[in-house]
Design a protein around this ligand. Structure first.
Ligand code: HEC
Length: 430
């Protein structure tokens, strides 16, 4: 404090001598500095109708929250971003610079001044509702579904994509209808039509799909959980949607605030603009055979997979997935020459802030690379998220009271060039 005061004094002294205004004491304003930070880092979530609890679009929206904003940015709770820095370089990283955090703090400390409105940047246009702009196709269950007011419900809605030829998908986005109760959504692909039969057997919209979507060989287009943003691939890579396939949205409802609203969850699909060279495939790095002993607060679960000698690949996406007892997950790869590459490290797992993280540059995965995952779980009573009190042994399962240990890896296979009809052998993926 004394040092800071001395610096300010000597600065003021110096400026007096040079007869210029002491600009260092002018606080940042909303209109000039702060709104620009919000536009870039906060408004995707903090706007009407999105996941943030209040809007940060206008001065009137933001000013009452100045102290909380200072606090939440200084402790890096906001913007939410779970991967530990220094492991994995991801696109769309939500992390403020030290300078931005400082600017917000000085603004809040100065009483959150508005500043000169003439300095406001033009507002971001969120009107389409979809962050990637108007989709090529949107699909939703035909009839809204109201889940039971208590307990978990996994419900699958099967929707014909109405595409008579196979299509390439470069991006998807998902809008949950009722954000209060939709816990997560996975978009499966059904290429046999079995899901329509499952749907017919059950009254009401959709069918219960507790242990997965219930049909054979489901494909996937990714998913949504709080914190997910739209998933967009580069122009020469795409997910494949077979002809006449159905999209099956598995929606996990977990009501916690009384009566749930009728829900219509929508998926937006964006087609590739040209024939892509490579198909994006999902390799699950998974352990399904663990049992977490009750009252163990630091139980380790691992999984590993060695890429076959005849395959080299690129790694584009990683999506760690655990439930409520998961505390940390780290995914690494060991190269054939023994070198280690840290792929992602989440040291404070939060079920509510999952992501499908995309590497800034795809990571080469040579033949015989060993991919490995190490996760820790807290199955003690002191874990406030523990859904089982008293704690009980917990194994793999789809319910929130069960656990999972999985890292989905999005890969392309080297040498595949679909523009030349060169299709990769993927028998080893199954
Ligand atoms: C990815 C979505 C997302 C982004 C981006 C985001 N927020 Fe949030 N914010 C939320 C949600 C959701 C909550 C509600 C609490 C929670 O779930 O963690 C929240 C809560 C808050 C809170 C209240 C914290 C509390 O403890 O009650 C503040 C303050 C806040 N955000 C400020 C910001 C600021 C400032 C930014 C940008 C620098 C930002 N947020 C970026 C989603 C987001």
């Amino acid at each position: 404090m004394a040092l800071a005061a001395a610096i300010v004094l000597s600065f003021v002294g110096a400026t007096r001598q040079r007869a210029v205004r002491p600009i260092a004491v002018i606080a940042p304003t909303f209109s000039k500095e702060v709104v620009r930070i919000f536009q870039e880092n906060c408004q995707t979530c903090h706007r009407p109708g999105d996941v943030g609890p209040f809007s940060l679009l206008t001065y009137a929206d933001a000013a009452p929250h100045a102290a909380a904003i200072k606090f939440a940015t200084q402790n890096r709770q906001m913007p939410p971003w779970k991967p530990v820095s220094g492991c994995g370089d991801f696109l769309g990283e939500r992390r403020l610079t030290a300078e931005q955090i400082e600017t917000i703090a000085r603004w809040a400390d100065a009483g959150a001044p508005e500043g000169d409105r003439a300095q406001l940047p033009s507002p971001i246009d969120f009107t389409s509702g979809w962050t990637l702009g108007d989709p090529d196709l949107t699909l939703a269950n035909a009839e809204a579904y109201t889940p039971p007011a208590t307990g978990d419900m996994y419900r699958c809605f099967t929707i014909p994509a109405n595409q008579t030829a196979g299509r390439w998908v470069r991006a998807i986005d998902i809008h949950p209808g009722d954000r209060e109760t939709v816990h997560h959504v996975i978009a499966f692909i059904d290429s046999t039509g079995e899901s329509a039969t499952l749907d017919e057997k059950e009254a009401g919209p959709g069918y219960q799909c507790f242990g997965g979507p219930g049909f054979s060989n489901p494909g996937t287009l990714g998913g949504w959980a709080p914190g997910y943003r739209a998933l967009e691939l580069p122009s020469d890579v795409a997910f494949h949607l077979p002809a006449n396939a159905r999209i099956v949205l598995q929606v996990h409802y977990h009501p916690h605030h009384g009566a749930p609203e009728p829900d219509t969850t929508e998926i937006a699909i964006y087609w590739s603009k040209q024939q892509p060279k490579q198909e994006m495939r999902i390799l699950p790095l998974v352990n399904q055979t663990f049992t977490l002993p009750p009252n163990d607060s630091h139980y380790k679960v691992t999984s590993a997979f060695t890429v076959p000698f005849f395959v080299s690949a690129k790694l584009w996406l990683v999506a760690p997935h655990m439930h409520l007892l998961g505390r940390s997950m780290k995914v690494d790869m060991t190269l054939p020459d023994g070198g280690n590459v840290c792929l992602i490290n989440i040291d404070d797992w939060d079920f509510n802030w999952q992501g499908m993280y995309r590497f800034r540059d795809p990571i080469p995965v040579p033949a015989l690379t060993r991919l490995s995952l190490t996760a820790f779980y807290d199955n003690s009573a002191s874990n406030w998220r523990n859904p089982n009190i008293p704690p009980k042994p917990v194994s793999w399962g789809e319910a929130t009271t069960d656990e999972m240990c999985i890292a989905f890896l999005g890969i392309t296979i080297d040498g595949e060039d679909l523009t030349k009809n060169l299709r990769a052998d993927t028998s080893w993926l199954k």
